[in-house]
Write a protein that binds this ligand. Sequence first.
Ligand code: LAC
Length: 226
Amino acid sequence: VAAIAETLAFDLYGTLVDPIRIWQQLERHVGDAAVQVSELWRQKQLEYTFRLTAMEQYQPFDQVTRKALEYALATFEHELAEEQDRVILAEYDHLEPFPDVHPGLDQLRDAGCHMVVLSNGTPGMLSGAVRSAAIGSYFHHLISVDEVQTYKPAPRVYRYAAARLSQPIEKVRLISSNPFDVIGAAAAGMQVAWINRSGSVFDTLGTTPPLTARTLTELVDRLLEA
Ligand code: LAC
């Protein structure tokens, strides 16, 4: 295998593990509304992080995730008993990896990439998620924004990650499916790659990154060409 001498910082939710497929666990509680609830849950979760950052405040991601779930359920006129709520939130630490994740990470590791996770999740959420998805061994560190008490896409997050890696920021590449994360990392001076599994339109707030791939296995080819 040809060598790729890169330091890669991976986003977690939406990039390595799928936060929408949790609708399968929601279905027995909310029936047909499950997909819509899971989508609104994710949307509200991110909106709350952006708002906290704008307010220069911080609440840990597990709390933000719980509050966003309550909002999404209430919107579809569902209220769950505390125990059901707890069960669903526990499922959030067992999200499924996308099918290309294991083969992609295998190839990137074999090519010599130095890989870490950089995520909004709390340290507990990160270790739970990577353990459940069986991807922990690929990563040298699980870097949580909790260590700087502010959310992506604040530049402080990306600068902190580069400092943790003892690398100049322009030597680190953020790998994310979330355009807001890609644009934020690029604005802070990182290299980036966008994983666009669903063939979406990139956010018009920024320019589509030159390095875009549909899957992590395709990312390997793109990095070899670069
Ligand atoms: C994360 C969110 C942004 O993992 O998906 O940081």
